[in-house]
Design a protein around this ligand. Sequence first.
Ligand code: TXA
Ligand code: MG
Length: 333
Amino acid sequence: MERERAQGGPLKTVLAQASPPAIERAGAILREGGLVAMPTETVYGLAADATSDRAVAAIYAAKQRPVFNPLIAHFADLETAQREAVFSDAALTLAAVFWPGPLTLVVPVSATCRISLLARAGLASVALRVPDHAIARALIGKAGVPLAAPSANRSGGVSPTLPIHVLADLDGCIDMILDGGPCRIGLESTIVACLDGPPRLLRRGAITLEALRSVLGHEIADSSHGVDERPTAPGRLLSHYAPRARLRLNVAATHPEEAALDFGGFLKASPSLRRLDLSPAGDLIEAAANLFAFLRELDAMGAATIAVAPIPALGLGSAIVDRLQRAAAPRGP
Ligand code: TXA
Ligand code: MG
């Protein structure tokens, strides 16, 4: 028995360096239906056996996530992913070029698909990804099953890019956190649907529209700006990735009582409670990697408003702007 639960009480959440024995133990926990937060190159994921309705239900409970939001199933390679779904030529091309990596493909389920209906939210399609992270892939290998893994945060909040972010949101609700240090990219994967029609971009991420276009050799429909009431993608909820503080975007100057999320030193001269610069050099890759950690840090200071400098909406910048717009959107009840 790998899981530790005081009788009827909260789980004991173990934070462990991702050593081979720790990964072994995490694999055993997952086979028992437990929950393990794992590092990936994008953000930390909250992993469970994707073939088990019970294990997947535990993810929804820990995250307090609306059940209609389907999850991504993670695989060690394309071959194992192909058992679960039907890949069109376009899907195969994208997988061949971008896997392992920060791309999720939404594809029709196959007749042999074992992914839990709950993880798919009852849909006839399924979201699949092969992460480019040694620890995540070792864990999938040890678990011996595909792993359903949404970002390891409370539903609607800011995605975690460090183990302490996971601990802050989910301590006592999950079995284990594998510490793999900071996530390299820091934004969730790009999502592309390859269903009946031509491929459609559902969520922006590190693999840009331009990169997809050049690999496919044609335009790709951009459905990433959509807002869904009952979303096929939770990253498509209008209010998502939201800190507690209100966000004010594209500001030319801050107010003294505001916290400032800067880019390229733009707000340097402006008075603020505290200023964090996503990338003083104006590098979008560095900015993406810092985004969620800095939002959490500024939020923790208790400022009512975080003023955000303009970010160029080019390439990776458009994924950053997308997350900021959703974080700034009016909140639901
Ligand atoms: O980078 C990532 O993708 C991270 C790491 C942990 O892999 N995971 C992540 O998962 O961001 P999550 O659950 O926060 O986002 C999953 C997205 C949601 O927007 C969901 O609606 C969409 O995938 N999705 C899942 N299945 C889908 C389907 N059948 N059709 C359309 N969208 C789907
Ligand atoms: Mg998420």
